[in-house]
Design a protein around this ligand. Structure first.
Ligand SMILES: O=C(O)CCC(=O)C(=O)O
Length: 263
């Protein structure tokens, strides 16, 4: 599904779009699973609104916006596990990362109609820095996503700039220098994916439409690209999605690198 030209586009621009990575019946299944997982959490009084913290929003804006998020949804419903094992998804990652692909984490994001919140422009790098920067995100849409309901926006080529200085308020770029509205909108249909490197600057605007915008974002890496700190831990981290882990002892943040993996 991803051609050599697509992989070249990814290398040059730091992102690529993949139409129809999951079929309509899987989209339906995942929509139901997403809504039910959020409802179950809320029924158990677990807060799912994870609107990004910091001063990039005023108090009033913050009070009016919601982004429901569930980390590692494959621990909530097998439908999400089937997604991380879905062949076309894995093939796309292999085309960009090589034969060995390792899961880092995943999350379900839901921007409700009319009040769905945005994300300031940022790189994912500061949350889980790695040595070789192979980490990428594959965001799979469960709804048609456009500028009205807050599709992902990217700044092409920024993955080549390396780690950038964050705003003093948090792990995002100074909003006045990086307005979300100036990012390239990745308009997509339900079932499409947008894949971007963790250094590629991205964000999204609020959902101002009468439609929901739900997506599942899966982060993966080359298993030989090791984390440089222990900040981001999650359940299921390190599962192999394709190929093998060439490091004989799976590398965890609290283990020393095996001798064979040292440069
Ligand atoms: O899905 C979106 O609108 C953006 C998500 C995002 O940037 C993130 O989770 O890092």
């Amino acid at each position: 599904m991803l051609t050599a030209k697509d992989a070249e586009f990814y290398r040059e621009n730091g992102y690529v779009t993949v139409p129809g990575i999951i079929p309509p019946e899987m989209v339906e299944d995942l929509r139901g699973a997403a809504d039910a997982a959020i409802a179950r959490m809320n029924a158990h009084k677990v807060e799912t609104n994870k609107l990004w913290g910091g001063e990039w929003l005023s108090k009033d804006e913050r009070g009016a916006q919601v982004v429901d998020a569930i980390h590692d949804p494959h621990f909530h419903d097998a439908a999400f596990f089937r997604l991380v094992a879905h062949r076309p998804f894995i093939d796309a990652l292999v085309a960009l990362l090589g034969p060995n692909v390792q899961l880092h984490h995943s999350k379900l994001l839901a921007k409700p109609a009319a009040k769905g919140g945005g994300f300031p422009m940022h790189q994912d790098y500061p949350y889980f820095p790695h040595e070789r920067h192979t980490m990428l995100a594959c965001s799979i849409y469960l709804d048609d996503a456009d500028e009205e309901n807050g599709c992902i926006r990217v700044v092409p080529g920024t993955h080549k700039l390396g780690p950038m200085a964050c705003d003093p308020g948090g792990y995002y770029l100074p909003p006045k220098d990086y307005p979300v509205a100036e990012g390239v909108p990745c308009n997509s249909k339900a079932g499409d994916a947008v894949i971007f490197n963790y250094l590629t600057v991205h964000g999204s605007e609020p959902n101002r439409s009468p439609r929901p915008r739900r997506n599942i974002l899966i982060q993966a890496r080359d298993p030989e690209d090791l984390p440089t700190n222990e900040h981001h831990q999650s359940r299921g981290q390190g599962m192999m999605l394709a190929g093998i882990n060439p490091i004989p002892v799976p590398a965890r943040w609290d283990e020393k690198k095996p001798a064979a993996a040292k440069a």
